[in-house]
Design a protein around this ligand. Structure first.
Ligand code: R2B
Ligand code: URA
Length: 360
């Protein structure tokens, strides 16, 4: 080994030691700050705070969370995931990887520069999953069926891990109804394609209608963390229409098929607006109903990419779309910091990312 080489190794070891020391210090602080979290004395003794969970799960050993590439025998869930307090979901893998790196900085966790965050579910080849201290970041794909599968498995994950009162968020994109593109919408009520506040699940050939109740206090707290003057864009609360299709389901004129007139399209959007609907997306009813069923607090925060009253195509320049994409993430990061550290609104660092502008 040359002198230069051993010097380099010494430097790396030094850097790693410093990094581990600072991380340990931060983790100690986090544990201290997390108010209603796990009992640090004995996390294994806690009970899950979830309700209505499938009783047959107890008979599974292992329980295989197939799409997340995890199972309860090879992973000690309470040990690995027991500290999770926030589960953040977004459409694409790359958005969630960027959010994971962003939230790591926001909550003050550090990693060596030569290390990258690991996608825990990479081998499942379906969804991405990152863990950053008390924050789990997962991708959910497009539409109800896709988010439903990952939610079943994430809910089982936090159940097996005995996480204490985890909060779930969807951070996404949407089409606005009569609002300025770039507006952030916190969903007050999620309605399905027939404008009902339900999520229809067909079980053994029978349709079941499940309520899409979202936590109103959580929505209010999120709203209170917005800062329209400082942010430079509006954050509003309103109803969200959740459809099973991006084109005909959202009354677009630019799908492969369209059997209605432009007048009918506009009449439908007007009807939505009159019902208090301010945006349209594709996952909110599923997220709301599954979390509601498990007694999990949840919120949906989506940025609008366009005003559907003015068109159907998403034609904003990529740079602008990239900026829009970060807005829900900034709000959710403020919430997480507030819960962990008690930050006052507006104390966060702003998020500028060099990301590739994924949408959904
Ligand atoms: C918003 O954007 C996606 C469609 O482009 C969908 O996942 C959604 O809800
Ligand atoms: N996502 C949707 O579902 N609809 C839009 O118009 C934009 C994003």
């Amino acid at each position: 080994m040359t002198a230069k080489c051993s010097k380099d190794i010494e430097k790396d070891v030094c850097e790693l030691k410093a990094m581990v020391k600072s991380q340990n210090k931060r983790i100690d602080e986090l544990i201290k700050h997390i108010k209603d979290g796990c009992n640090p004395e004995d996390p294994q003794e806690l009970e899950s705070t979830l309700s209505n969970i499938n009783p047959y799960i107890e008979c599974l050993n292992p329980d295989i969370l197939y799409h997340l590439n995890l199972d309860t025998v090879t992973t000690d869930f309470p040990k690995v995931f027991g500290d999770v307090r926030f589960v953040c979901l977004g459409g694409t893998e790359s958005r969630m990887e960027k959010f994971a790196n962003f939230i790591m900085k926001e909550i003050g966790l550090k990693m060596s520069q030569s290390v990258t965050l690991k996608n825990i579910s990479a081998e499942g080849h379906r969804y991405a999953l990152y863990k950053v201290g008390p924050v789990l970041c997962a991708s959910h794909g497009i539409g109800g069926p896709s988010i439903s599968i990952v939610l079943h498995e994430l809910i089982k994950l936090v159940y097996h891990a005995k996480c204490q009162d985890p909060v779930f968020f969807r951070m996404g994109t949407s089409g606005g109804i009569g609002v300025e593109p770039g507006t952030v919408v916190i969903t007050s009520e999620a309605l399905d394609g027939q404008l009902r506040p339900v999520h229809e699940v067909v079980v053994q050939a029978q349709p079941q209608l499940r309520p899409t109740t979202l936590d109103q206090d959580l929505a209010k707290t999120l709203k209170s963390l917005s800062n329209p003057c400082g942010d430079g864009y509006d954050t509003i609360t309103g109803k969200t229409l959740c459809t099973n299709d991006f084109y005909e389901g959202q009354s677009r004129l630019d799908g492969a098929f369209c059997d209605y007139t432009p007048e009918k399209k506009m009449a439908f959007l007007e009807k939505l607006s009159q019902n208090g609907i301010v945006n349209i997306e594709m996952e909110s009813t599923t997220l709301a109903s599954l979390t509601n069923q498990a007694n999990i607090r949840a919120a949906v925060v989506c940025v609008t990419l366009l005003n559907r009253m003015e068109g159907d195509q998403i034609d904003a320049p990529p740079e602008r779309l990239k900026g829009y994409d970060t807005r829900p993430q900034i709000l959710i990061a403020r919430y997480i910091r507030k819960v962990i550290y008690g930050d006052a609104p507006g104390e966060d660092s702003s998020y500028s990312c060099d990301c590739s502008g994924d949408q959904n």
